[in-house]
Ligand binder design. Sequence first.
Ligand code: EPS
Length: 426
Amino acid sequence: MGSLRFLTAGESHGQALGVTLEGVPAGLALTADRVAVDLARRQRGYGRGARQAIEKDRAEIVSGVRHGLTLGSPILLLVRNRDWENWTRVMQVEPLSEEEAAELAALAAEGTTRAAPITRVRPGHADLAGALKYGFNDVRNVLERASARETTARVAAGAVARAFLAEFGVEIWSFTAEVGGDAVDPGNCSRTREEADASPLRCPDPDAEERMIARIDEARSNGDTVGGVFEVVARGVPIGLGSYVHWDRRLDAALAAAIMSINIVKGVELGLGFEQTRRFGSAVHDVIEGRTDDGRWVHRSNNAGGLTGGISNGEPIVVRGAVKPISTLARPLPSADLVSGRPVEKAHYERSDISVVPAAGVVGEAMVALVLADAVLHKFGGDSIDETRDNLERYRARIARAPEASVPGGAEADSGGAEAGSGGDD
Ligand code: EPS
């Protein structure tokens, strides 16, 4: 829809990650502390690797905000990589002098793996296709940007979108629904949102979480990795975001693309998702119970996940992302060498995580927030938060009222009333 745009930049072991956000109206309260909450949530989770002990992600707000309020101008956020100081020569921006190149070669010869070119491509990673596409002979040039570290910048941008949506009562949360085939039991989700958020896997079902942790431990002890499923839920979304009139105005399509764009995601479900194909229509479609006295429309269930005809229908929006196991294995799979083209016994290994499902959920929240904020701005516009709020409130009040009953024959039938209309049918 393009009313809110963002672009990230940065390499995993470069100096910093950055994101420019364009289209946020003026007058939104925004502080670095507020953004830091989501950045910290993304770093947590059982199964993360050593890198997270190095980083303490915090976004500097470089532009677009004055005295704690957005200006309507582009917002530039910068997250410095603490690990950068260990990679200055390997990731140097300026050309290497002869001495610097010799220093790097000596480090590689001593066995410092990060200093040596990478050619043993990892199955399941962007390594091979990326290197061929861009004409690289060192896979480091691919993996630095293909790394999920980039999602730090998305989460920073998502925190701004979340703050914007909160102004209109929209709340977004996620949880770990499944790891390695062990799923939450909806009947056993005894934890509150806060408790789940503070738990090792950000999981509302304590028993399922124990089994999930066992799967991660099993993967770790086998030099392996394990994936899972996260679920994002957005509440308070007004009816009418998105549209059925064009493929690229469908909110469900935009949400699916946004979730699918997360580095490790290989599948997306909205609401009941694929399960709908296994049931009859009577067990799928959400019965509409009518308009309440305070003007809300209520459905008996929410199998559609808050989206019908590509439009938000007022129920919570429910999106699930399927997270594949990380492709960097401590016990690497066989592969091939990029330069020789010959098989090798083991693909490249570089410090990594075992499982990142809880973190992927936080990235999912950010992507949902960015898509919903864009859809809100597309529908309601506004150069200032007050203007957006006025437009949204007027619309909410309008759809809360009963529309005038339609008269067969249309507006012109006003004078003749129903009679004139029904006459046309004869
Ligand atoms: C990643 C490899 C690991 C992860 C990284 C993604 O980084 P490193 O190579 O520095 O150990 O920790 O994710 C993050 C750094 C992050 O903040 O999420 C990869 O290869 O994709």
